[in-house]
Design a protein around this ligand. Sequence first.
Ligand code: NAP
Length: 285
Amino acid sequence: MTAQLIDGTALSQRLRADIGRRAAALAATGRRPGLAVILVGDDPASAVYVRNKVRACAEHGLHSVLERYPATLSQDELLARIASLNADPAIHGVLVQMPLPVHIDPHAVIAAIDVRKDVDGFSVDAAGELLTGLPGLRPCTPWGCMKLIESTGVPLRGRHAVVIGRSNTVGKPMALLLLQADATITVCHSRTPDLGEHTRRADIVVAAVGRRHTVTADMVKPGAVIIDVGMNRDEQGRLCGDVDFGPVREALGPAGFITPVPGGVGPMTITMLLANTLQAAEAGR
Ligand code: NAP
């Protein structure tokens, strides 16, 4: 018997249905939630990401604006656009797609977004809210991971969670969210000498590395919950995660849970972006 799958696509659909209902209720009061997405330059992957975000808004009754600018846009021009969106009452979320052209400082850009509209949750202010436990908009991917863990029914209180990866966008906020849920946290990274020593003791493992087979079958405890954030390509060019999925699923046994890639964390990220935009609109932000 193998571990149970955590179906991110199904959970995402359920959450999106609820978002659609709440967005419609808000729209009926004249406050349709609105998201502005800014894309600078012509990176093809970024173009796909922003299209998916805008399409998801349309499908769930949110208003969205996509602003595309050439790579020659100056930083000052971009900051001026953000200031104008910060002041726009029809816009509740502002997202600037990364990466930006090298002449633009991403920190300055993120800092310019009003924290109440920072639906990516990447700003220092949003990070401060998370760190101190204040209400606010949480980074979409780690927040989506929390929803996936919640969906298993496995309680986090008092459990040992290992986060692999310490990026500002995934690993660190993930650790803080787990901490807030009363788990005991270990954060591992590229300088951790023996990853398995930590993951074998973990009730929950979140892998956010970007390297195939970072977590193998000998590194997990039976009955653990494994959340695979990684997005990599195998030799055939197929999307895969950081976890050696088949053997790890087997090693977890029937009491364990695991997210697939694709179909796990991936669909949740845009869902949580919609949720953040809705939350900002509901908060009257
Ligand atoms: P990142 O900024 O490159 O961070 C990767 C982290 O992994 C770093 O903290 C790094 O440690 C650590 N690491 C690297 N090699 C390691 C090793 N051998 N053992 C343990 N830790 C190691 O990446 P990210 O933005 O956090 O993203 C991580 C992965 O998640 C990527 O595959 C990305 O594509 C994916 N992702 C998916 C979604 C989604 O929606 N599904 C969203 C965001 C990201 P150091 O800090 O020591 O360098």
